[in-house]
Design a protein around this ligand. Structure first.
Ligand code: CUA
Length: 317
């Protein structure tokens, strides 16, 4: 019975409890003020009603202390809500260092996932419990939204850029995955499940998958096929900068600005190479717009990331 009356889904991630506490605080505060204000409106309407036709009420003097109290108390409450919400927002926006990365692509109307070792799945996401997981999200068509209520995680998936979300599951089991942005006729069918498993079971599951090649390996092949290696060698060449150690580094641009080489920067540099020219280079790189799928881009980025990773994962182009 209680199960049926439950309003909230399971709290199945490290952040879920905090989100719910803030939510209950906001609900509690709103309820209190709604009751207070409506109660006073009704009470005063009765108490100060006009009792005779020619009644003229005496003038009212305001009390400065009252004015200050009802200005300062709401201000403090609003500031608390802001600071609390902002702190949680920042925590939710930054995946812990070393989080396991899973690449996700949303399209009308399915979710496609790829694990670091290459395992792929559709409308299902298997993850280990107790390990922070970062989902890098891309869309092939329109805006979708990656929503796992039990984790209290929701992030828009926007065509033309990357967004990310992270969570650390605290509970084994199966949880709903929804698309939370209206994306066409089958929007309501764009659902799936997240399966949280013990790390050993997850490893076993991974090895049972007819897993393709790891993302970075596919990226390396694309890198060769598309001729990227002609200009981007292991050291800076005359036509293109080296990509080793690029990821996460600050890049000085021709325009005088600088930018941190993250996923979105690499994506833009592949699709629209002239948008940001590295200092000391000419805008001669051709665009790869329309030539790489979102998954291809994910692979390419994973490869370029691997060039900045730990030495054993590094491969010469
Ligand atoms: Cu995808 Cu709604």
């Amino acid at each position: 019975m209680l199960e049926r009356l439950r309003i909230f889904p399971d709290q199945a991630s490290t952040i879920a409890g905090e989100v719910d506490t803030l939510y209950l605080f906001l609900i509690g505060m709103s309820t209190f003020f709604v009751a207070l204000i409506f109660g006073l409106v009704i009470y005063f309407a009765a108490k100060y009603r006009r009792r005779s036709v020619n009644e003229v009420p005496p003038p009212v003097r305001t009390d400065l202390r009252l004015e200050i109290a009802w200005t300062v108390i709401p201000l403090v409450l609003v500031l608390i809500s802001f600071a609390w919400g902002a702190q949680l927002f920042v925590t939710m926006g930054q995946a812990p260092a070393g989080a396991m990365e899973i690449h996700a692509v949303g399209r009308q109307w399915m979710w496609k996932f790829q694990h670091p070792s290459g395992g792929r799945e559709i409308n299902q996401l298997h993850v280990p419990v107790g390990i922070p997981i970062k989902i890098l999200l891309a869309s092939e068509d329109v805006i979708h939204s990656f929503f796992v209520p039990a984790f209290r995680v929701k992030m828009d998936v926007v065509p033309g850029k990357y967004t990310s979300a992270w969570f650390e599951a605290t509970m084994e089991g199966e949880f709903h995955l929804f698309c939370a942005e209206y994306c066409g006729t089958q929007h309501s069918g764009m659902i799936g499940r997240v399966v949280v498993m013990k790390p050993v079971d997850y490893q076993r599951w991974l090895s049972d998958q007819a897993s393709g090649e790891p993302l970075a390996v596919g990226g390396e092949r694309l890198f060769q096929q598309r001729g990227c290696a002609t200009c981007h060698r292991t050291s800076d060449g005359p036509t293109g900068p080296a990509l080793h150690g690029l990821f996460g580094r600050r890049v000085q641009l021709q325009s005088g600005d600088s930018v941190v080489a993250d996923e979105s920067y690499i994506r833009e540099s592949v699709l629209n190479p002239n948008a940001k020219i590295t200092e000391g280079y000419q805008p001669i790189m051709p665009t790869f717009q329309g030539q790489l799928s979102e998954e291809g881009l994910h692979q390419m980025i994973a490869y370029i990331k691997s060039l900045s990773g730990p030495a054993e994962g590094r491969k010469a182009p």
